[in-house]
Design a protein. Structure first.
Length: 131
């Protein structure tokens, strides 16, 4: 048999609205690293992405990224997506708290340049003001 797979992202629920988040860098010349919690950002830029998403996010991963961000000053943008990439397992309060700590760490040195609430989750992009 023949199996045909046709992925049309335009049909993904809310995709049109989310394109503003995913495509934020489409017209920018990027200096430095980009951290992203969603692979969809890669559809709109040729810049190298450092992927920070996992099938299940947890407090250990959050701690690793806090340490990474605190010790790397060449990060230009951070895409923070609690809808897809930084999902905590249901009932994992430690994960939710650690994800909040990660976001607070980011806010210390980065400016929020994009925010979109989507039900119980949100998309945020942070930019390094120095780079």
């Amino acid at each position: 048999g023949v199996f045909v797979f046709n992925l049309r992202l335009e049909t993904y629920d809310g995709w049109q609205a989310d394109k503003a988040f995913y495509g934020l860098l489409s017209d920018k010349n990027i200096e430095g690293m980009i951290l992203t919690s969603t692979p969809f950002v890669g559809l709109y830029t040729n810049a190298k992405l450092e992927l920070m998403y996992y099938p299940v996010f947890n407090s250990d991963y959050a701690s690793q990224w806090i340490n990474y961000i605190e010790h790397h000053d060449n990060i230009s943008y951070i895409f923070f997506d609690t809808c897809n990439g930084l999902l905590c397992a249901p009932g994992d309060i430690a994960c939710v708290d650690a994800r909040q700590d990660l976001e607070e760490t980011i806010k210390k040195n980065y400016s929020e340049v994009f925010y979109k609430n989507k039900g119980s989750c949100y998309y945020k992009t942070f930019k390094n003001s120095i780079l």
